[in-house]
Design a protein around this ligand. Structure first.
Ligand SMILES: [Zn+2]
Length: 124
């Protein structure tokens, strides 16, 4: 396990070199690192679908659960709780999906550090 890869992706940096940005804006993910040319998609169909459970986990933990807790303690009414939960469940995955794909990339290499391709200048 190499937590450094996850730290780099949390900061929107390439997991291998830690310099190139992975996301170019909220909705655009680069295919390769502009610095070390690491291909982010690993050539597997559906690799970045791992961003879906990451997004689901974060939204449930950071949005849905706190709102339900506030409703439980009568800080929100039932209508507000349902509206905020449904609104967040519809909007937040769209906004956070690319960032969650980035987190997935970091999590993948965090637990599968041996899958990280070597940089070209390290091979020779
Ligand atoms: Zn890089």
């Amino acid at each position: 396990m190499n937590i450094l890869y996850l730290k780099r992706t949390i900061a929107n940096k390439c997991p291998r070199c830690g310099e190139g940005k992975v996301l170019d804006g909220v909705f655009v993910r680069r295919d390769t690192c502009p610095v070390c040319e690491l291909k982010y998609d690993r050539g597997e169909d559906g690799f970045f679908l791992g961003g879906v459970p990451v997004s689901y986990s974060l939204i449930c933990t950071l949005w849905i659960l706190p709102i339900i807790t506030l409703w439980f303690f009568d800080i929100f009414s039932l209508e507000w709780m349902l509206g905020l939960c449904l609104g967040g469940a519809l909007v937040l995955p769209i906004i956070s999906y690319r960032y969650c794909q980035l987190l997935w990339l970091g999590l993948y290499y965090c637990f599968a550090k041996n899958d990280m391709p070597k940089e070209d200048n390290e091979r020779s």
